[in-house]
Design a protein around this ligand. Structure first.
Ligand SMILES: [Mn+2]
Length: 235
C-alpha cells in the first residue's frame, strides 16, 4: 500500500495539522511500502540549518516513520529549499518534479502545470534557480526567517493560498507531459482543488490542502482512493 499527501502547509508543531499527520503516520507506517509527500509539506522552509521547533519535530517524525516505511518528498513552491541535510536527518528521499514511480504513474507538485499564470512561472523559475538559492542561503538564518515572514504576510494579504486565487492546471500542458512520459495516471496537489479528473490520456488525482480536513490518496492493490479525514480538534 502507498500513501500520497501534499499541501499540509505545516506552520507549527502545535497545530492540528501536525497532530493529524503524526497520528496518520503512526497508524499507517507499518501497512505501507511507501509514503510520498508531493510538496508544500511546510508553509515555508528557510534552509536545512533551521533549528526551530517545527523543523526539529518534523525531522524526528519523518525519521521515526522511515524506520518503518520509505518516505519520499518532492519540493513544492513553499519548501523548495529542502536540501540534502534535511533529507539525511529525516531519512527521506528527495524526488525530482515530476517523477515516474512506475510506467504509468507520474507524481508532481502541480505548480509547473499552471502555465496560464506567467507571473507565477517567472517567480517559480527564479526560486528554483541555483543562483537565487545560493544567494538566499548565504544570508543568515535570522535574515531568512525575517524574509519568510515578510513573504508570508504579503501572500496572506493577497490570499495566495486560497484555491480561487491559485490558477488551475492548464490541461494542454498536462496532456503534453503525460504524452511525453507515456503515463496514464497523474497525482499532484498545489491547486487546492481535490478530486478525481478523467481525461483522454488517463486519470488525474488531485490532493487537497490540509485546511478544514486532511487529505490523502491511497493506492491499495492497484486501486486508488482519495480520502478526506478529520483532523484532531485540538493539537
Ligand atoms: Mn503549492
Amino acid at each position: 500500500m502507498q500513501l500520497f499527501l501534499s499541501d499540509l502547509h505545516l506552520e507549527s508543531e502545535h497545530s492540528r495539522a501536525f497532530s493529524g499527520l503524526r497520528a496518520l503516520l503512526q497508524a499507517e507506517r507499518d501497512r505501507c511500502n511507501a509514503i510520498y509527500f508531493l510538496g508544500d509539506l511546510v508553509e515555508v522552509w528557510v534552509g536545512d540549518d533551521d533549528d526551530g521547533p517545527l523543523a526539529q519535530a518534523l525531522i524526528s517524525l519523518l525519521a521515526e516513520t522511515a524506520e518503518h516505511c520509505p518516505v519520499f518528498i518532492m519540493h513544492g513552491n513553499r519548501d523548495f529549499l529542502f536540501g540534502s541535510q534535511f533529507c539525511e536527518l529525516s531519512r527521506a528521499a528527495l524526488l525530482s518534479d515530476p517523477t515516474l514511480i512506475d510506467q504509468r504513474t507520474l507524481l508532481a507538485h502541480g505548480d509547473a502545470f499552471c502555465t496560464d499564470d506567467d507571473k507565477y512561472q517567472n517567480v517559480r523559475a527564479m526560486f528554483r534557480s541555483s543562483a537565487w538559492q545560493t544567494q538566499i542561503l548565504s544570508q543568515s538564518l535570522s535574515d531568512r526567517r525575517a524574509l519568510a515572514l515578510t513573504m508570508r504576510s504579503q501572500s496572506r494579504a493577497a490570499n495566495a493560498n486560497k484555491a480561487a486565487n491559485i490558477m488551475d492546471v492548464n490541461e494542454n500542458e498536462v496532456a503534453r507531459v503525460m504524452r511525453r512520459t507515456g503515463a496514464s495516471i497523474l497525482i499532484h496537489g498545489h491547486t487546492h482543488r481535490p478530486g478525481v479528473y478523467h481525461h483522454d490520456w488517463g486519470t488525474r488525482y488531485v490532493l487537497g490542502a490540509w485546511e478544514r480536513c486532511g487529505w490523502l490518496l491511497r493506492r491499495r492493490a492497484g486501486q486508488f482512493q482519495l480520502e478526506c479525514f478529520c483532523l484532531p480538534h485540538r493539537a
